[in-house]
Design a protein around this ligand. Structure first.
Ligand SMILES: Cc1cc2nc3c(=O)[nH]c(=O)nc-3n(C[C@H](O)[C@H](O)[C@H](O)COP(=O)(O)O)c2cc1C
Length: 175
């Protein structure tokens, strides 16, 4: 049994949902898992865990500031443990942009941080227009229109490949 910490940065809850699925896979394999938000992370000693996993969504082209701060403040703990990072975004719904080597947000993110995660994953996110405020809904609909995605204001589509999430859970178990 290992102690694994899952840290998420999520605005509308989808990255947390993905973490909950990972938690299920990891617990089923006999691990003890702590699931916390990036805001709670400063209260935790990452050194006390055997593995550190961080997941974050993209909003207006970037991961949250909190994720950058977490990585720079906990760099040593991250580098000393088996670790993984995953990103969640809508660009990843496109088959040619859903790999660590092809997802533009992940490529840029890795060039901006000092940490080199040992395992990486890219998951397509969720659109739920009715959850967003007027400004965000308008912006995302415009981006979807430009990238040939769904624009109906009542659209709620989960683009995540949940089997891919299960497989990533197994990768974490094995690392
Ligand atoms: C206001 C807003 C801005 C977003 N900006 C982007 C973006 O720039 N690129 C992208 O691929 N996805 C973008 N997304 C899609 C999110 O990454 C996707 O909905 C994800 O599932 C959100 O995860 P979360 O609920 O954990 O925050 C945006 C979503 C919202 C609501």
């Amino acid at each position: 049994m290992e102690k694994i910490i899952l840290i998420y940065s999520s605005t509308d809850g989808h990255t947390r949902e993905i973490c909950l699925r990972l938690l299920k896979v990891l617990e089923a394999a006999g691990n003890e898992v702590a699931l916390i938000s990036v805001e709670e992370a400063p209260n935790y000693q990452l050194e006390n865990f055997d593995k550190i996993i961080i997941g974050a969504s993209i909003r207006y082209g970037r991961h949250s500031k909190g994720i950058y701060q977490l990585i720079s403040s906990k760099l040593q703990a991250l580098n000393n443990k088996p670790n993984a990072f995953f990103t969640v975004n809508l660009v990843a719904r496109k088959p040619n942009k859903n790999q660590p080597e092809t997802n533009p947000y992940l490529i840029r993110f890795l060039s901006q941080i000092a940490w080199q995660p040992k395992q990486l994953a890219v998951f397509a996110g969720k659109i739920d227009y009715q959850k967003y405020n007027v400004f965000d809904r308008g912006m995302i609909r415009m981006i979807m229109w430009m990238t040939k995605g769904p624009t109906h204001p009542k659209t709620s589509i989960d683009f995540t490949d949940w089997e891919q999430v299960n497989k990533f859970g197994k990768v974490i178990c094995d690392m």
